[in-house]
Every structure is written in C-alpha cells, then in structure tokens.
Design a protein around this ligand. Structure first.
Ligand code: MIC
Ligand code: SF4
Length: 643
C-alpha cells in the first residue's frame, strides 16, 4: 500500500510510537522558529531547561509581532531574544526583516524537513513540502533542546485540485472554499494534503497562502508536494541545493477526499466574525467599505504585492477608504522599491507599513467604530482588529486592491484581462538582517539582556487529590485564544509578564473574570466546542494557570490549546454527554474526587455539581506522557522531575 506524503515525512522522523492514526507519536524536529510575542516565554523556558546550545539543524528567532514600541517593553524583549539567540545557537531575524513565516519560506525552509514554530501559522512551510506545525512555546523550547515533539498521528485528507484558476481568482479563494466546506473545526486531527493536476498551476507563494490559512481549519498542518515549481522557487532564492522532489505514492490511501475544481471558483470573502463564514462577492453585494489592509503572513509575497501595485498604478484610493500595505519581508519590500512598484502604491495613496504583522494582530490600523475593513489576513475574530465593533472581511489581495479604489466590495474580475504575473528568476537575496549565533567557543561571553518587563513564569503545583472549585466562567462554542488572551498594541507588550497580562484574560467575554477568578482562588472553566481555536499563544493557558484555573471542561478542544493546557498542568476534559453543558452555570461548585486515580483508570471522569446536586461524566484521552505531565503539574515540573 502506498504512502501519503505526510506519512512518508512523519515516518522518516518517527522516534516514538507507531504510525497508527489517533495515537500519540513522537517525532524528531529538524527546525524551529519563534516570533517575539511567544518567543520571550519560549526562551525563558529554554533557559530553564539548561541546554547550552540548540540541538536542531536550524532554529530561528524572528521579531515581527511586537514592533510597535510604545514603551520600553517590546524593545527590551527584542534585546532579550537577540541575546539568547546569539548565546544558544539560534539565528536572529532582526525587526524589519519581515514576518516569520514569509522569511522562513524564503530563506530557511527545506522540503521534507520537520519544523515546529511557536505560532499557529507555521504550516506556511507546507508550501514547499515541509511538515510544519504550530506549537506552544514550551514544546518549541523542548524541541530546541533536542527533545521529541508529540502529536496525535493525524488522518490525511486528500485535497484534489483540478482545473485552473480564472483570471483574478486567487489562492486565497481556494482556501476560503476549503473553509466554507469544512468549517473552522473541519481539520482537527488531520493533515490537508494537496494533490492533483491543479497543483501544477500554483506557484510556491500561492501554495503557502493555502497552507498558511489551513491553520484556520484547526488542521495539524497542510502540505503540498515538492516539485519543479518548488525547485524554481528555491533556485530563485539561491537555495536550489536544498531541493528534493517529494510526493505521495500513486496508490496512497487517504482518510478523506475533498475535490475542488479551480476553474469553478469565484472571488469570495470570509465575513465577520469567523474565517469559515465564507460567501461569494455576489452574495455579499457591493457593500461600502471604510478600510483595506493588505499584508500578513497569508498574503504578503512579492507576487501578491505586484498584483496589488498593478491594480493601484495610476489610480487613487477612494476618498472614503484608508488603505495600508505591509509587504511580508525586507526582500519583498526592497524588490518593490527597486522595480518601482512601491512608488505605484505610494502614488495611489497607500499607507505603506513596515514588514511585520502589524494590523493583523491589532498593532495599529484599527478600523473606525462599526467600520468595515477588507483584509488579506487569515483571522477575523471579534475584536482582534482592536475595534470591538469592527467588521472584518478576509479577501484576496486582488479583491482588496480593486475595492480600495472603488470604495465598495468589488469583484476583481471587473478588471478585465490579467497580465501574466511571474515569479522573478532571481529574488534579491541579502541576509544582512539575519544575525548568526556566536560560535560555540564564544557563547559563554555573551551576556543575556534582561529588561524589567520580563517576569518569571507562574509556577504550577502537582495535581491535588481532589478538585473542589467553582465555575468561574461559562462560554459558548468556538471560543478563540483571542477571547481567552487578547492581543493588540496595549496587551502584547505584556507577553513576558504573566501577572500583568492576566488582567486582560477573557476581557472580551467578561471583564470581571480576572477579579472573580482571583477571588475564587481556584476555579474551573466551562466551554463549548472547538474551545481555544486560533493562536498557539501559551499565554491563553498560563494566564488561567496564574488565576487558579484547575480544569477546563468543554464539548471539544482545538489542538494547540489543548496541548498548552496540559503543558501548563490544567486538566482539559470533554463532556461525555454534551447535554450536561446546558445544566451547569457560572458559580456552580464542582467536585472531582481522586482525580489522578480517575485519570489513571482510563475510565470516564466523574464530576459532581454540588450546587445542583447531580453527577456527570467527562472523557479524557491522554497518552501516558500527558498523564504524567498532568500529575506533575505541567511540562516544566515533569521535565524537572525526570532530569
Ligand atoms: C496570531 O495570528 O494570532 C498570532 C499572534 O500570530 C499567534 C501567536 C501569538 O499569539 O503570539 C498565532 O497565530 O499563534
Ligand atoms: Fe503575524 Fe498575523 Fe501571521 Fe499571526 S496571522 S503570524 S499575527 S501576520
């Protein structure tokens, strides 16, 4: 029986377990990446492990999220990360060099290798045939130290692409179509593997748009084969030597098949407030818009920017619209400057931002109140833009650019004929903003620069015998990490200060949560399905840990968040009978007796609602390793106990 590409790469990296779907496997990690919003914590954790030099083939620390320096905090963190990188064998991509996923694809990604990153959009690397997975900072720290990374052996979905996109229909529309069909939960426990004739019509940046936004499906990752198109891309980056052809076997067996005829796709948008709320432009109609933002790790490649510049050239942005553009990397921005496209954007009235995440994570460019903003990004969760009642629509760069000119949502196909946009034969390669680590013999002399913003992370205790705790919060379905631990310009600088950042925990849902949880001392959170979707930020587990949350009971969890809860020593459990969710209210007192014994028994966990006087059951599906971590009170305690 033939193998899928996913199975080939995973089995070549398998160090623990067997390739049995649904069971836990341990894989060797070749490369890691961090960004600055999760990186400070990840490197504090790495330091705590006491490993002098990273043991990966390549580890890179990027500065791209917290680049708005409205106070000392962010730059302090950047300097801390830069110094840790230099000392411990990590490449450091300086602020201004670009968004981690874009730069990693350009300069470091290698087909067939494994990559984990402390950012949920790490699967961008799947665009060149990597198994690239988003993870919590602690998992990345462990991988940097040479430790194994654990995932549930995924199912593999074949996404068979046929046909060819019509002019002005974009790669973004392909992933929006997948999201429309499968929803934000549709990819949980799965890898989306793209194949078929249609794959050959897509360039690497287009493939990367699709694998990037596969994160919104909740998928473990997404992957494209590594083929001639990959080789051309790597060659143009001056890295042809890392190319290897990779594809699934002809007779590979997949768990599911999704068929998409590219020729039938039309321009679409994900409407507020979820990436799977997808409609065609016709269905939405010519809606008046206030803002357009082009960029983010999903759509900020040179090719995207060249299309945008072509559309804007010689025109002026509509007077009622604010247009901002953030090219994804220094390479992209420099090439736009050299070939004149940047001038076309500026002349049209675009507000060109530095190469960073920027508005995507609420670092500026928040829309006006009640404003309608078209963005080429990947997430439109409520409040994420920084404007609580902002309406964010996720669209392709083509659609964004033409709409910026007309002031209404506009079908880019009205632009008529489309010129051939081709990747350059040679990208501008200048890695001067990537600082290599100090040679091993000099590492001892590198001083770690630790600013006052950096506070130690919260300690967790070993699992108590019983958990007696009140429900501090009850929330509904699809709660995102942006609800649990919001980002934005005000809060992001607190990423290395858990006590401070905890004040904003769940503030989007209930501003009184912080005080109530602290007052309760210990508590339990009740959630609906797909709890914790979105970001990899472990702060969404560390802040609840600091506030005394002992367990989270939901209808279902998103993958990375569940791993982060276990790493933090908070017990994630799911209702055996979903109807029990309705019976529990905030402030109810819950009692879980002999929790460790119950977990060890492998049976359902019995939880008593003391307030309402009934008992319900929860399922847990922990590997032995996860059980041990929970007993110890999290990954750090577990690692200490075992070293
Ligand atoms: C995001 O897009 O939500 C982020 C900000 O990149 C996060 C990481 C973080 O919260 O620092 C992610 O996607 O993992
Ligand atoms: Fe940055 Fe946005 Fe990409 Fe997250 S989704 S890495 S915030 S550009």
């Amino acid at each position: 029986m033939g193998l899928t590409l996913t199975e080939k790469i995973l089995s070549a990296h398998l160090v623990e377990g067997e390739m049995v779907k649904g069971t836990e496997i341990g894989i060797k990690i070749d490369q890691t990446l961090t960004q600055d919003a999760t990186g400070t914590m990840a490197y504090l954790e790495f330091e705590a492990m006491g490993v002098p030099r990273v043991k990966t083939e390549r580890s890179v620390a990027y500065i791209d999220h917290n680049t708005l320096q409205n106070g000392f905090m962010n730059m302090d963190d950047h300097r801390f990360i830069g110094s840790v990188a230099k000392k411990h064998g990590i490449y450091f991509s300086r602020p201004g060099n670009g968004i981690c996923h874009q730069v990693h694809l350009e300069r470091f990604g290698v087909p067939g290798k494994t990559l984990i990153g402390s950012d949920s959009h790490t699967p961008t690397g799947g665009g060149i045939g990597m198994i690239a997975i988003g993870a919590g900072g602690m998992d990345v720290a462990v991988a940097m130290g040479g430790g194994t990374y654990y995932i549930t052996c995924p199912k593999v979905v074949k996404v068979e692409l046929t046909g060819k996109l019509q002019p002005w229909v974009a790669a973004k529309d392909i992933i929006l179509e997948v999201l429309r069909r499968l929803s934000v939960k549709g990819g949980v426990g799965k890898v989306m593997e793209y194949c078929g004739e249609g794959v050959k019509t897509l360039s690497v940046p287009e493939r990367a748009t699709i694998t990037n936004m596969g994160a919104e499906l909740g998928a473990t990752t997404s992957i494209f084969p590594s083929d001639e198109i990959t080789r051309e891309f790597l060659k143009a980056q001056g890295r042809e030597e890392v190319y290897t052809p990779l594809a699934a076997d002809e007779d590979a067996v997949y768990d599911e098949v999704v068929e998409i005829n590219l020729s039938e796709l039309v321009p679409m948008a994900a409407c507020p407030h979820s990436p799977d709320n997808v409609k065609t432009v016709d269905e939405i109609g010519p809606m008046k818009i206030d803002q357009v933002c082009i960029g983010s790790c999903t759509n900020s490649s040179l090719m995207d920017m060249m299309k945008v510049a072509y559309i804007l050239k010689g025109k002026t942005v509509h007077p009622d619209v604010s247009l901002s553009i953030a090219p994804g990397s220094k390479q992209v921005l420099s090439m736009l400057a050299e070939n004149g496209a940047l001038a076309d954007m500026l002349e049209a009235g675009a507000r060109v931002l530095e190469s960073a995440c920027g508005p995507c994570i609420g670092m500026g460019q928040s829309p006006n109140s009640g404003g309608i903003s078209l963005r080429t990004f990947n997430r439109n969760f409520e409040g994420r833009s920084g404007t609580a009642d902002g309406h964010i629509y996720l669209v392709s760069p083509e659609l964004a650019a033409v709409s910026a000119l007309t002031g209404v949502l506009t079908d880019p196909r009205t632009l008529g004929e489309m010129p051939d946009f081709e990747l350059p034969e040679k990208f501008l390669v200048n890695d001067n903003m990537i600082v290599p680590p100090a040679p091993e013999e000099e590492m001892d002399s590198v001083e770690i620069l630790r600013g006052p913003n950096i506070k130690p992370f919260p300690t967790s205790e070993a699992m108590p015998k019983d958990i007696d705790a009140k429900v501090s919060l009850k929330v509904g379905d699809n709660i995102t990490t942006d609800h649990i631990m919001p980002a934005g310009a005000k809060i992001l600088p607190l990423r290395s200060n858990i006590p401070e950042i905890s004040k904003y925990c769940f503030a989007v849902c209930d501003e009184s949560f912080h005080d109530r949880a602290l007052e309760m001392g210990k508590s339990i959170i009740i959630g609906g399905s797909n709890y914790g979707q979105g970001s990899s930020r472990e702060h969404a587990a560390l802040a609840p840990l600091y506030l005394g949350v002992k367990a989270v009971i939901t209808k279902s969890f998103a993958r990375i968040h569940m791993a982060n809860l276990i790493n933090a020593g908070i017990v994630p459990m799911t209702f055996a009978n979903e109807a029990d969710y309705d019976k529990i209210d905030q402030d109810d007192e819950l009692r879980i007796e002999n929790i460790a014994d119950q977990i060890a028994s492998g049976e359902n966990i019995k939880v008593t609602d003391v307030t309402k006087n009934f008992t319900f059951e929860c399922t847990v599906n922990f590997s032995e390793r996860q059980k041990e971590m929970l007993y110890a009170g999290g990954l750090l305690n577990y690692t200490k106990n075992n070293s």
